[in-house]
Design a binder for this molecule. Structure first.
Ligand SMILES: [Zn+2]
Length: 411
């Protein structure tokens, strides 16, 4: 078994679900913080856990270039390397490569590109992108796809969608043949030489090792459910054409994946169009599989998409905006750099229960930002992530209560 997904309650088109992964359970709808380089910038893993994140996203392209897939694999996979024992989703690297418009060349086989770090040449294909994600050992992998640009002509959108479908088949074939090679699979666990015996075979574990573990001086291994493997998600493309989206959804489902993502949105189109395409796509996705909308959005948008029946979302916005002093609050967006906050002793968001709002004033946060203190980035990111995670917590609660409309009008 790879993952298990159960819908527990619905309210309109919104669903409350449980996603069981090899590294724990995820309550959906969920927002996944982005840890591009195996790090949520500025926030240590124990804090990300305390904020309640049950799954994070890491970027294959960046980790492929640095520190390299083989290095991470040798270190036991991403969970052990970054000491994050909860679920991880990796993208295929395709989106980043396609954004390197000057540095890439696309063929049927794959995409050759030049590294943004040192200019070295690389070739990413459905097979190598899948191999990279198996080496990283994420719980959920994404099929290698082509993100169609916006705007695009109809013929171009179709040919791009067809290419994504062919690549989806190749991604799946490679995955099925190689998924047992994941660093944390039972085969690999036997050969591993370090880890806490309490969570592994105790056969070779002496008391010293056990003591070290309990003292927290050894890194605990990623706890995995016996027999569970990684899960591969397919990606629906089709540009801004509802008919192509439907065809892409149906043919991707025919190939058969553990979950389905809606890709190719938030690429510059008006928000109204994003919503229309999400709605036009979701209705063709199977009820009993997780649905992942890639790369969205603002807090009010993620609420809207959850209400349309989306189960998983990710976005760099809360973390990136935080580093620029842009903070999301229940009273709207705040630019903490503004001089008017210099003497403001109130909390950043009086309705936020996060540790930043409980302890610090707007005046202090403004001072940290103006002084370029590292702590500004840390505190701002903690608040923004809290705000996103709390927003989804409230959405889940309202679905459970079945009063979605009341929640929305209360916002
Ligand atoms: Zn807060």
């Amino acid at each position: 078994m790879s993952i298990d997904f159960q819908v527990g309650a619905t309210s309109g088109t919104a669903r409350l679900g449980r996603l069981i992964t090899p590294h724990g359970e995820v309550q959906t709808p969920v927002f996944m913080p982005v840890g591009t380089l195996a790090s949520i910038k500025g926030v240590p893993q124990d804090m990300v856990e305390k904020l309640g994140a049950e799954i994070i996203l890491a970027n294959t392209y960046h980790l492929y270039l640095r520190p390299g897939i083989e290095q991470v694999r040798k270190l036991g996979g991403l969970h052990r390397f970054m000491s994050w024992n909860r679920a991880i989703l990796t993208d295929s690297g395709g989106f980043q490569v396609f954004s390197l418009t000057e540095l890439r060349k696309l063929t049927e086989e794959g995409v050759s590109f030049r590294s943004h770090l040192d200019g070295s040449t690389h070739f990413l294909t459905p097979e190598t992108a899948t191999a990279a994600q198996i080496g990283l050992g994420s719980d959920i992998l994404m099929a290698f796809d082509e993100c169609t640009e916006y705007p695009a002509e109809s013929a171009r959108t179709r040919s791009s969608m067809e290419l994504t479908l062919r690549w989806a088949e190749r991604s799946k074939k490679y995955f099925e043949e190689h998924k047992h090679e994941v660093p944390w699979s039972s085969n690999h666990m036997v050969t591993a030489t370090f880890g806490c015996p309490s969570e592994r075979s105790r056969q070779n574990a002496g008391p010293t090792e056990a003591e070290l573990c309990s003292a927290g001086r050894m890194r605990a291994p990623a706890p995995t459910s016996d027999g569970m493997t990684q899960a591969l998600f397919g990606i629906v493309q089709g540009g801004m054409d509802p008919a192509l989206r439907r065809e892409s959804a149906e043919r991707t489902i025919e190939i058969g994946f553990s979950g389905y993502a809606i890709g190719g949105l938030s690429v510059g189109e008006p928000r109204r169009v994003t919503r229309e395409i999400v709605e036009a796509t979701v209705e063709h996705l199977p009820f009993n599989k997780p649905r992942y909308l890639m790369g969205v959005g603002k807090p009010e948008e993620i609420v809207e998409y959850a209400n349309l029946g989306i189960d998983m979302m990710d976005c760099v916005l809360p973390t990136r905006a935080a580093r620029h002093g842009l903070l999301f609050t229940s009273e709207g967006k705040i630019s903490i750099k503004q001089a008017r906050y210099a003497g403001d002793e109130t909390p950043l968001d009086p309705n936020c229960g996060c540790r930043v709002c409980a302890r610090y004033s707007r005046a202090y946060l403004r001072h940290l930002y103006a002084s370029k203190e590292v702590l500004a980035q840390v505190l701002n990111t903690i608040h923004n992530l809290s705000f996103y995670l709390d927003t989804l917590r409230a959405v889940r609660h309202s679905i459970e209560l079945g009063n979605r409309s009341q929640f929305l009008s209360g916002k």
